[in-house]
Design a protein around this ligand. Structure first.
Ligand SMILES: Nc1nc2c(ncn2[C@@H]2O[C@H](COP(=O)(O)O)[C@@H](O)[C@H]2O)c(=O)[nH]1
Ligand SMILES: [Mg+2]
Length: 293
């Protein structure tokens, strides 16, 4: 009789864990366990997935939210960022907005953000210092998780619609930027004088991650023989992050839900296999990996 992981793994029996199709989740966990470390890869969102969603009663800053703490950020950008975030963040987390309409709104937000960034001279050094000073909180157990995955040589793709320079600086500051960790995100493009020209490459926002084929990226070679994926995100748009892994076999999608729990739970349970309500830890993925690593 195959193991019933959902009843075996106590972290999956907590009342804040929501699973729509238990048989399906058991089957995926079985495939991941049977495939072992050589077949496994992790794809994770960054803001409010690797970082906490809230701590000590305060919402956690996003990578863009940390960026505005850089001393060289202009007053003009601060005003633009404040206005844009106040306008678009509530729309991002509003479950009642149809996805096509929300996608247009997110495209607007990111393109206006890119325009507002142009012309500033905020150096990488300043970004590193700001990341350290922001004292970001990764989910409890993230360092242990990344260390165990690095030891087992399991690649982790951090796929962020945030500001890649800040994402890398935070991972470095928290000593989790191990060799197995790769970041795909919006990285700043600079001219020779160190002035920001926008983002490098195509802009990633919260609702187009599913379109980023990983084929052709430097990451692809690492994962081409790894067809089992554990995916983690905090937005329904994150659930498509592994769509670019065309050869994927078993994909276990873990969603961290915090905003508008009652209204968002149905769409989260459709998008993710396991939904964790207000869980600021990596306990669930670590408890599953105990059967793999
Ligand atoms: N404070 C701000 N937050 C922003 C801005 N633009 C986007 N965002 C947030 O970033 C995350 C995306 O990052 P991910 O790692 O979760 O993909 C998204 O959820 C937005 O809330 C901004 O200008 N200011
Ligand atoms: Mg996020």
């Amino acid at each position: 009789m195959p193991i019933n992981y959902i009843s075996e793994i106590k972290e999956l029996t907590n009342p804040n864990v929501h699973i729509k199709d238990k048989d399906h989740v058991n089957k995926i966990i079985h495939d991941i366990v049977n495939g072992g470390v050589k077949k496994l890869q992790i794809v994770s969102d960054f803001d409010r997935t690797i970082t906490k969603q809230h701590e000590n009663g305060k919402k956690h800053l996003s990578s863009f939210g940390m960026f505005i703490k850089c001393p060289s950020v202009t007053k003009k950008y601060l005003e633009a960022e404040k206005y844009l975030t106040a306008k678009y963040f509530p729309l991002e987390v509003d479950p009642s907005i149809p996805s096509q309409e929300k996608r247009k709104l997110m495209e607007e937000w990111w393109s206006l953000t890119e325009e507002a960034l142009k012309g500033m001279a905020v150096s990488e050094g300043e970004i590193e210092k700001t990341a350290a000073a922001a004292d970001p909180s990764l989910r409890d157990g993230t360092a242990e998780l990344f260390k165990d995955l690095n030891k087992a040589n399991v690649p982790i793709l951090v796929f962020s619609a945030g500001l890649g320079d800040l994402v890398v600086a935070v991972l470095k500051h928290c000593d989790v930027l191990f060799p197995n960790v790769k970041v795909i995100s919006n990285f700043l493009k600079y001219d020779e004088q160190g002035v920001i020209q926008g983002f490098n490459g195509e802009t990633i926002h919260v609702l187009n991650k599913n379109e980023f084929a990983l084929k052709g990226t430097e990451y692809y070679d690492l994962i081409k023989n790894r067809d089992n994926v554990i995916l983690m995100g905090d937005s329904t748009g994150d659930a498509g992050m592994a769509d670019g892994v065309s050869h994927a076999n078993a994909v276990l999608k873990i969603g961290f839900l915090y905003d508008h729990v009652n209204d968002s739970l149905p769409s989260f349970m459709d998008a993710f296999d396991i939904v964790l309500e207000d869980d600021q830890t990596m306990d669930v993925i670590r408890s599953i990996l105990k059967h793999v690593l």
